[in-house]
Design a protein around this ligand. Structure first.
Ligand code: 4AD
Ligand code: MG
Length: 463
């Protein structure tokens, strides 16, 4: 039976075992060879020690970096440092050869840029093994967190006719023949003839449907892929990313902030408690401030600050000589450089910015009495900028209606949503955590393309 390397490394010496995996390295001398074998179950390799008199040269010659082998032998106490046990090989079977000349993962180029060009092979590297295991563990931790609090996991649709964020960044879904689009009387595409009989797109957020769930089930969360056709070629944007969106009936903005802060601290703590080997590897290899940064977040209380106060701090910084690329004044949407100034330089801890101008936020946010701001809350993180966006929702049908009219949004597609306010409307709140932004923070990676197995970005949809 298959025993994972992770389990082998924890077993008592003395047993006959078999290890299967991919060769990371082979070194040694005339008499003896040391093979570092990894099967993806852990960042750590198991060492296979080969007495060259016992294994045929022709077999050993095929044990090259990247080859897949099965090594059988005795698990013994390791004499070398670095591992408690190793395998003294009795036999080696090469399951899959790997031509050293053609193998895309060579020592000579291990830059992230290069690895993105061979993204189909990069899970075989130590770094991407660590990242992908962390990604999987965090997904589990997220489901666990909400289930332990009694939230219902709600599956919201990926194909939709409504634009939740109203930003017009949707990918259209159609089966119309693009070479011969049927037209209506006005000369526009005739969506009545399309698959769904109307214009549809990939969702940018499951929130609106999430609100249907919350106003029936109490507390729900979604966790799924979302799509944005924003042409932002930045280290923090993907065209396809995963989002976690809890939505809670009877939560006001303060309850919402409390949940967001507790949630994210829980996830960071979970990572440190359960994935330490992988985090330590990333810390030691790329950024030795990573572990301290993670611990720092668990131990600090996040700053909670109205947008207006944030703008004052940025304006003062400019007056004191700090230079930003983009201008700052009340009403502007903050750029990542502004967010990071507040978090990294001014407060030196995560900041929850609230009460943004209504013009720069989505239609569904609860309007404040000042007539200018809405009860939005963005959680800003060191190195990342915005990691969570959320708000208390507008519960009044009149105010919501007014805002939809102001924004000239199509009401027709939102009647079902407005029913939540028409029939038993209730105060409620929610937020969205970008899964890859969370992973950027937890892994310390610099580019969001490196925390998702198959990134989708402008002009890139390989695999
Ligand atoms: O701030 P956003 O646009 O908020 C919403 O979509 C709300 N409907 C969420 C809610 O209240 N239920 O997006 C939420 C989060 C951002 O804070 C960011 O972490 C992430 O999603 N995000 C992206 N991540 C990667 N690539 C992109 N293009 C992203 N756009 C947003
Ligand atoms: Mg946002």
């Amino acid at each position: 039976m298959k025993i994972r390397v992770k389990d082998l490394l924890g077993m008592k010496p003395g047993q006959d075992v078999q290890a299967k995996g991919w060769v990371r390295t082979k070194r040694g001398n005339k008499e003896i060879a040391f093979i570092a074998l990894n099967d993806g179950s852990t960042i750590n390799n198991i060492q296979i020690v080969v007495d060259k008199t016992r294994i045929e040269d022709s077999v050993l010659a095929k044990v090259t970096t990247g080859a897949c082998i099965c090594a059988s032998g005795k698990l013994v106490e390791s004499v070398g440092s670095g591992q408690a046990v190793e395998i003294q090989a009795d036999s080696i079977e090469v399951l899959g050869e790997c031509d050293p000349m053609r193998y895309p993962l060579q020592k000579k180029d291990t830059s992230f840029e290069y690895l993105r060009t061979v993204a189909h092979m990069r899970p075989r590297t130590n770094t991407f093994g660590a990242i992908l295991r962390l990604r999987s563990q965090m997904a589990f931790a997220i489901h666990n967190y909400f289930h332990s609090k009694g939230f219902v996991y709600l599956n919201t649709p990926l194909i939709t006719a409504s634009d939740c964020e109203g930003a017009g960044q949707m990918f259209q879904v159609t089966t119309l023949d693009l070479n011969n689009v049927p037209k209506n009387k006005k000369g526009e595409p005739d969506y009545a003839k399309d698959f769904f009989g109307r214009m549809t797109s990939l969702t940018v957020s499951g929130q609106l449907e999430g609100e249907l769930g919350a106003t029936a089930l109490g507390n729900i969360y979604t966790f799924g892929p979302t799509f944005r056709a924003e042409n932002s070629n930045t280290p923090r944007h993907l065209a396809e990313f995963w989002m976690i969106e809890p939505e809670m009936a009877f939560y006001d903005i303060k309850d919402n902030m409390d949940l967001a802060e507790d949630f994210i601290k829980h996830l960071v703590k979970y990572a440190l408690d359960n994935c330490y080997d992988d985090i330590k590897f990333l810390n030691d290899r790329y950024d030795d401030t990573l572990i301290d940064r993670l611990k720092g977040v668990i131990d600090t209380e996040f700053v909670r600050l109205p947008y207006t106060e944030g703008i004052k701090i940025l304006e003062k910084a400019i007056a004191d000589g700090h230079q930003f690329e983009y201008p700052v004044s009340w009403g502007v949407d903050l750029q990542s450089e502004h967010e990071r100034f507040l978090v990294e330089e001014h407060f030196k801890k995560p900041v929850i910015l609230t009460d943004y101008p209504k013009e720069i936020k989505a239609f569904y946010m609860k309007q404040n009495e000042d007539g200018k701001t809405v009860r939005a809350m963005d959680v800003l993180f060191p190195k990342i900028g915005e990691i969570i966006g959320g708000s208390e929702r507008e519960a009044s049908i009149e105010k919501l209606d007014e805002r939809i009219n102001e924004l000239k949004m199509s009401r027709k597609n939102l009647e079902w949503y407005l029913d939540t306010r028409r029939f038993g409307s209730c105060p409620h709140s929610g937020f969205g955590l970008g899964f890859e932004r969370l992973l950027l923070f937890i892994t310390g990676m610099q580019n969001i393309r490196d925390v998702i197995p198959f990134p989708r970005t402008p002009k890139n949809a390989e695999y």
